[in-house]
Design a protein around this ligand. Sequence first.
Ligand SMILES: [Mn+2]
Length: 322
Amino acid sequence: MDKGLIRKIVKAIKSHNDIVLVRHISPDPDALCSQISLRDAIKKTFPNKNVYAVGASVSKFKYLGLLDKIDESKLHKPLLIVLDVPNIARIDGVNFDLYKDVIKIDHHPFEDKMGDIEVVNEKACSTCELIADFLLKAKFVLDADVAKNLFLGIVSDSDRFLLSYTSKEVFKLVYELIDKTDLDFNSLYPLLYNRPLSEVKFYGYLSEHINITENGLGYLIIDPEVLKRYGVDNATPSNMINDFNYIKELLAWVFVTYDERTNLYKFNIRSRGPVVNEVASNYNGGGHKYACGIKVSEKSEIDNVLKDLDKVCKKYKEENNC
Ligand SMILES: [Mn+2]
């Protein structure tokens, strides 16, 4: 983040007493960690400010810290800081139109303009990377608690530094976080990676049943009954999708689940070459070039999406001779 932007953000934070931090619905660790770490750092740097991290809480991520409840009618000229979400429709927990002063900090491809300060860096591995960079350069209080959340967000969104957006800057930032706070990072991995055996067995099911086209598209439509049989929930396949990276036969892969609550079919898509988010946006989905999602209401649409993804794989294969 350049000095001009840092100065603008610091100025906005200094000039507001009520600050609200939000992120996307169905949060992942990067969304929650960017929100909680920035809230805590602002509070510790400016103890007199009212700083709230809002949105629905997720019980399995309680270890990251608690979220706040607000009465929006009682806020006085609040500043809204939007993290890890590119579009207004997916912001969780606030009435966006109530806020005049808005800062966005995000690493998804740009979608909606939200305010005067927009920090969108698609090359960042995580929003936590951007927050860590900001806090260090702005010289905000950054203790082991704040560093813990930043580390967890970066590790989780970069898939343990495996994904292609992991740059040398990421390693430098992580080194600075650890060096500055004596962070006991080894003790943090169980928080993210401990899992029940039922999930490992379900992973076995996925690898046993995935279909692979001749163009290298792996796909699996997962029946709700199967999830019940393995005792896992709807979110489990999406949590496992990165584990199918670096499989020789797969260029791109997709899991389709059915959400009985919303009656929608949900596609989780990953790729290690073909650009897949263009297909996603054709179906009103979105995300990163190599990691994105789609929701459709008609079962008959599933085939169309899979065909389009297969075409992208075919083209990639021809162009790259693989
Ligand atoms: Mn993220």
